[in-house]
Design a protein around this ligand. Sequence first.
Ligand SMILES: [Zn+2]
Length: 580
Amino acid sequence: MALRVTPLGAAQQVGRSCILLEIGGRNVLLDCGVAAHSSGSYYPEFSLLGEVQSLDVVIITHFHLDHVGALPYLTEILGYHGPILMTHPTRAIGPIIIKDALSFRRDAEGLTPEMVDAPFDRARCFQLQERVEIGDLSVTSFYAGHVLGAVMVHLECRGQSALYTGDFTMVPDYHLSAARAPLALHPDVMITETTCCTTIRSSKRREVNDLCSKVQDCLEKGGKVLVPLLVMGRSTEICMILEEHWAKAKLAYPIFVISTMAQKARVFFQTFASWGSKRVRSTDRPFAFPHVRFGTLSELLALSGPAVALAGSAMLDFGPSQELFKSWAPEKRNLIVIPGYCLPGTVGNLVQAKEKKIELSSGIVQVRCEVDHFSISDHTDSRGIVELISQVAPRQVVLVHGGLQLMDTFRAIVQKRLRLPCHMPAVGDHVEIPSPAVLEAWASSLLMAQSEPVPPPPVLGVPLIHAKAPVVTTFRGELRKRDRGALELHAAQGPSARAKAKARRILIRQKGRLPCEALKAALRDSNQAVPEDLSSIFEVAGATILVDQIQAGTAAVTISWVAGLEDREPILQQMLDILG
Ligand SMILES: [Zn+2]
């Protein structure tokens, strides 16, 4: 059965991340988010699922609405009762964000704030790099940066494997570290976000310096600075950046965070400080911000002196940030700093595009203030995605969570530079990834005893070639039949791989010489056609025999098998006896 990827959302678009992954006969829903802005469908195309109970598990990568917002709809309205996996920070913060969003939405199709907690209450939480088994499906999470508690997930089931990145950052933030995925995971498919897949950023240090000097200039001229953002997301990062600069430049301007969620956000960052960057973990009070105050919208609207305001929504579509935008944008000495990505069609996107007149439902806003965009983004840039693909070394790549044209440009990079098959499916398209045959072997104790010395575990992802006979490798891993008959042993992932090196999957390969007549007899005995020219690959009794060379009635062969001693057919035993 082929591995299959079907996006129910986030396909050639940003928003409503929701991907059906069929892997090893299991159905996994990767994320369950809502649309990132008001036009178009709010929920993913759940109708493509058929029966929701056919899902084996739902995995949520992080608490952003476009990754988790539709989870209560799936469970409370559509009736999914199966397992749900997420991290502790996502379980703590997700419901708060969804309830807040519901207070702005009128068309949530029957979903009420009272329904939101249920799926989070029964979700199972995983630790970083913990391998969670759900039947024969195993799920391992890796740190993704991006926002507090965000992970990417590696899934394995019956010899098939996939890595789903969720959203990720490859450069460390002030408050979070960069994503950490193991080298050479070699999944059959890597499903990656592509939000900023054509952006190349300058260094973080330069971006931060530019931001701080622009903000300081504006304040010194008596202006006000508006930073629209998701308070539960980037506000901690911006506060840390500004506080560091305030201390260096000895500034005293107030920094207001305007949101009912601001104090909760602070508590969560303190509670889950172990998810933070090295800077956070090595500082006594990393979130002691002496200049930051929790303000109200009316307080800010009445303010006359210079100040910085961090307020949601991030794309200026609603909320206090839009109210402040209406009030502050017409004044020349003010500054609007857009720190992240704004979807096309949003007010933030128009501001970013330096539109001078912006029409809102309440009237036209004249934008006379300065506007600047800084990539203090929580999404990696083009280089970061290429770097992660190169590190992970998948067999194929599927692009999601990005604009159509950007994805198209980036796909060419993956195909030409990385030489990998790369897909960018639309909603409802199926991408089928054919799987290599997987051979599993269990070594008997007798075989183990006969096979001395036991070599050390192989290097992850490096093909095994053993010239001596007989050679046995004991190592937990997975044998994969590669092109041209080669076999590779892939190590099991996770920190426990070395500890479990005595586990039972093995590859045995030996070289030797075999009389052509013996080989022909073996083929006849196993009811196979005997070609005149023996230079080929044969399968005999579960072993692969590669004829390297024939000379004077003798074949130089490489014989590989993947079975325990007691499983061997007598015919194979005879051949091994001849090989000696
Ligand atoms: Zn996100």
